[in-house]
Design a protein around this ligand. Structure first.
Ligand SMILES: Cc1ncc(COP(=O)(O)O)c(C=O)c1O
Length: 500
C-alpha cells in the first residue's frame, strides 16, 4: 500500500481504511495473517505506533483478531459480512422505500427559488437584522436552565401569547394563547396534522389548481387527494361534495387562493363549514398571506366563522420574516391541540427552540409589526409595477388574475396566447433566456383547465418590472409590446379580474 504524507487524513486511518477495504472486497480472506507491526512499519516508512493504532481500530471494528500465538489475522465475522453484501457500495440508496415515499419522489415540480419571480420569496433586504440579532443574543446570553431543556410541545408560552395578540390585531382573529401551537411552518404543520387526522387511503379535498407543497405532505401521509375546482369565488364546495362525499379533511386557502389569488366568498365559506360540520370533516385553513392585506378590506377568516371548532388555522413567518426560520403557528380548538401536542411530543418533541423566545421579544417590542407595515407598502408598489408592466407589454397575451395582496400573482393566458403555446413551453423558453417563471399548469393535479404564469414579485424591484416584462414579451409575446403605455394602463383595470 501507499501512504500519502501530504494528506490531511492521519496515517493510521489511511492504513486502517486500506486494510478494511481489502477485507471487504474479499482480497484478504478470514485467517489471513499479517506481518509483525515492526516489519510493516519499516516497509511503510512510518512509526510502529502508527501501525498499532491502526490495528487497535480494526480490532475494535471487528475486522481483526489475534491468534493464540499473538499474531494478527483477519477475523471470520468480517469476511462473512463481506460475502453477504458483495455488491454494496458506500452511499447506495437503500433498496426498500415505502410506496408513500416513492410517490412523493415521483411528483414533478420545479421551484424557482433563486429567481426574481419566485412566488413565495419575501424581500429581506430591509429586514431589521440588527434588532433580530440583538434579541437572539440577549435571549441566549443567560438563558434559564428550564428553557434549555425541552419546551412544551405547543411551543414557548411567551411566543404563543404574542402570536395570539398578533392575530387579534393584524388578522382580526380572536384566540387565546392556549389555542395556539408553534409549528415548523405550514409544511411541517400539515405533515403532523395529516398523520394525526388521516389513515392511508383517506380522501382529502385539495384545491385545483392548488399549493403543490401541501400536496406533498398529504401524499407522504398516504392520503388520497381529490382535486376540487376553484372558480372566481374560491373552492367549488358543491363539486367537493359530489366528488368526495366521504372526505376526512379539506385543505383550503380561502383568503387568497393559491395560486389564483381569489378570495372565497362568504356564502361559500358558510356552505363549506356547514357541510364539514354535518359530516364531521376537519378543515385546514392555510391563511398564508393575509397579513399583507388591509384590515378594512379583509374578509373574516374561516376560523372566526367557525362555531364548532372544526377549522385548524395555519399561519407562517416564512413570508413576513423569512422562510429559513421554519417557524409558523396553528390555531385550533383545545381538544385538538391537546391530542396534537401529546402525539407530536412522541415524534419530534417540539419545534426548535432556538428562535422562539427571540421571536416573542421581537413581536413584543413591535419590530415585526413595523417591518410588516413597511413591507406592505413595498409589495403594493411592486405588485402595481408588475401589473402595469404586464398590461403594457403583453396586453393581448396575459390577463392578470385577482391580485390584491400577497407576494405573487397569476397572469392567465388569453385564448390567442394559449393557441400559440402551452404555459410549460413558455416557461421553458423563458428559462432558456435566463428568466425563471413557474407555469400555472404545474399546480394542477389533473388536466390543467387554465394556462398561465405564476409571477412572484416579493423580490422584484419596481424599476426592473418593465424591462423584464419587455424581455418576456420579446421571448414569448405576440409582438404587441409596442402598444402605447396610456392605453395599456386603462386596459389594466379592464383586464384585471375582479376578486370574488
Ligand atoms: C399557499 C402557501 N401556504 C404556505 C406557505 C408557507 O409555507 P411554510 O410555512 O412551510 O414556509 C407558502 C409558501 O410558499 C404558500 O405558498
Amino acid at each position: 500500500m501507499h501512504i500519502d504524507r501530504t494528506s490531511a487524513v492521519p496515517l493510521h486511518l489511511q492504513i486502517a481504511a486500506h486494510i478494511r477495504g481489502c477485507i471487504l472486497r474479499g482480497a484478504f480472506p478470514a485467517g489471513t495473517q499479517f506481518l509483525g507491526s515492526r516489519e510493516i512499519a519499516r516497509e511503510l516508512g512510518c512509526s510502529r505506533t502508527v501501525v498499532l493504532t491502526a490495528w487497535d481500530l480494526l480490532y475494535a471494528e471487528g475486522y481483526l483478531e489475534s491468534t493464540p500465538r499473538g499474531s494478527v489475522q483477519v477475523a471470520s465475522v468480517a469476511t462473512s459480512h463481506a460475502e453477504a453484501s458483495p455488491a454494496a457500495s458506500p452511499g447506495a440508496a437503500p433498496a426498500h422505500m415505502s410506496n408513500r415515499w416513492r410517490s412523493l419522489l415521483g411528483l414533478d415540480y420545479e421551484t424557482n427559488w433563486p429567481s426574481m419571480f419566485a412566488p413565495g420569496a419575501p424581500d429581506i433586504s430591509t429586514f431589521p437584522f440588527k434588532e433580530w440579532s440583538r434579541l437572539l443574543r440577549q435571549t441566549w446570553q443567560n438563558p434559564r436552565e428550564q428553557e434549555c431543556l425541552d419546551l412544551p410541545a405547543e411551543g414557548h408560552p411567551r411566543l404563543r401569547s404574542e402570536i395570539a395578540n398578533f392575530l387579534g390585531s393584524v388578522r382580526g382573529l380572536v384566540c387565546s394563547p392556549e389555542e395556539v401551537v408553534v409549528t415548523p411552518g405550514t409544511s411541517g404543520a400539515l405533515d403532523f396534522c395529516s398523520r394525526m387526522i388521516l389513515d392511508p387511503g383517506d380522501e382529502v379535498w385539495v384545491e385545483e389548481p392548488g399549493f403543490v407543497e401541501a400536496r406533498w405532505a398529504l401524499t407522504a401521509a398516504g392520503a388520497k387527494l381529490v382535486p376540487i375546482p376553484v372558480d372566481d369565488k374560491g373552492l367549488v364546495v358543491s363539486e367537493g361534495i359530489r366528488r368526495a362525499p366521504r372526505a376526512k379533511l379539506i385543505v383550503v386557502t380561502p383568503s387568497h387562493q393559491y395560486p389564483l389569488g381569489v378570495s372565497m366568498g362568504l356564502e361559500r365559506r358558510l356552505e363549506l363549514l356547514d357541510w364539514a360540520n354535518r359530516n364531521d370533516v376537519w378543515v385546514i385553513e392555510d391563511d398564508y398571506n393575509s397579513e399583507f392585506g388591509h384590515r378594512d378590506s379583509m374578509i373574516a377568516s374561516l376560523r372566526s366563522l367557525d362555531r364548532e371548532g372544526r377549522v385548524i388555522y395555519f399561519g407562517t413567518f416564512s413570508k413576513i420574516m423569512m422562510p429559513n426560520l421554519r417557524l409558523g403557528y396553528m390555531v385550533a380548538n383545545r381538544h385538538f391541540i391537546a391530542g396534537f401536542s401529546k402525539g407530536r411530543a412522541r415524534i419530534d418533541v417540539h419545534t426548535s427552540g432556538i428562535g422562539q423566545l427571540a421571536l416573542a421579544e421581537f413581536m413584543r417590542e413591535g419590530h415585526l409589526l413595523r417591518h410588516l407595515r413597511a413591507m406592505r407598502r413595498v409589495y403594493t408598489s411592486r405588485r402595481r409595477a408588475l401589473i402595469e408592466a404586464i398590461a403594457a407589454q403583453m396586453p393581448d397575451d396575459l390577463i392578470v388574475s385577482s391580485a390584491v395582496t400577497g407576494l405573487h400573482l397569476v397572469a392567465l393566458f388569453t385564448e390567442a396566447m394559449q393557441a400559440r403555446m402551452s404555459d410549460r413551453a413558455a416557461a421553458a423558453a423563458l428559462k432558456q433566456a435566463g428568466i425563471h417563471v413557474q407555469p400555472l399548469s404545474q399546480n394542477f393535479l389533473e388536466q390543467p383547465t387554465r394556462q398561465g404564469l405564476v409571477f412572484g414579485y416579493g423580490r422584484l424591484c419596481v424599476e426592473d418590472a418593465s424591462p423584464l416584462l419587455a424581455r418576456i414579451a420579446a421571448c414569448i409575446g405576440s409582438g404587441s409590446r409596442n402598444a402605447p403605455s396610456k392605453s395599456a394602463s386603462s386596459s389594466l383595470t379592464a383586464r384585471t379580474i375582479k376578486r370574488g
